[in-house]
Design a protein around this ligand. Sequence first.
Ligand code: FE2
Ligand code: FE2
Length: 292
Amino acid sequence: MTDTPSNLAISTVLQDFERRNEPLAALTESLFAGVLAVPLLHAKLLNTLALMEHIGSRKIMVTQGVGALDQDTLKHLAEEARHAFFFKRQAEIEAGRAFAFDGADLIAAPTARGYFQRLEATVKRACAGDAEPATVYLYMSMIVEFRAVWAYKRYQRALVSAGHRMSLKGLLAEEQGHLDGMAARLAAVGSLTKARVDAFIAVETVLFGRLLDRLRRLLDSLARAFGHIRGCGLDRLHSLVRQGGGALHRAFGLRLGHRLRRLFRRLRRLGSRGGCRLLDLLGRFRHGLGSL
Ligand SMILES: [Fe+2]
Ligand SMILES: [Fe+2]
């Protein structure tokens, strides 16, 4: 049976979503706080959010036939593209340089892309027999908006706690508007069912959990790296890294030296391709030592 808007109120679904995601809330909040403590990492998170907003706007564009493009959809597309611009601009202000949408300037990029691809594949499979062609776009957008509202609310609180100048209030209001709009349009074409919403949210929650886990592992490795190098001058550390594994082993012992080499390789992948850049990178990360 198809639920009507009166018996599938979006506020009730949002409450269910909150309840289902309670186990992820504390981790999400601590990750936002941890990332905000490391400006370069925060810049990369902003750039990754810009990419995700861009993918979202692009998906709206490619899933709509030209004839079906109505005013609401064009407005949605324009707003998601503007969100991508907003995050990209903030990323570049935070980093003090231009960012590309590729590996070194992003964090957890394959997991972020996989989030969209897997969710879309699930929605497409479930809606394959639908007469209404827009249901894939409407469901995809609605489920992603649940997450956007949930995560950006926590991000906004973390920004305020960190005394950061950026505000997500305007963006959050637009995401909430998209969520309501998608639900109303799905209900209007008679495709809004609780069974589908529940199934899609269950898949999305698993995918988002993977994204969080990837970010947690990254922050853990940085925290360990900072713990190890605390008290060691950057010039000396840089010189040891340049000399190679043997020098690190002699300075820190075999086990710690080996771990440091692995951690430095990760740091390099994160944003530094050469020895000189490594020094700069460590200098920036050092701002986050106290909070990590
Ligand atoms: Fe958005
Ligand atoms: Fe949105």
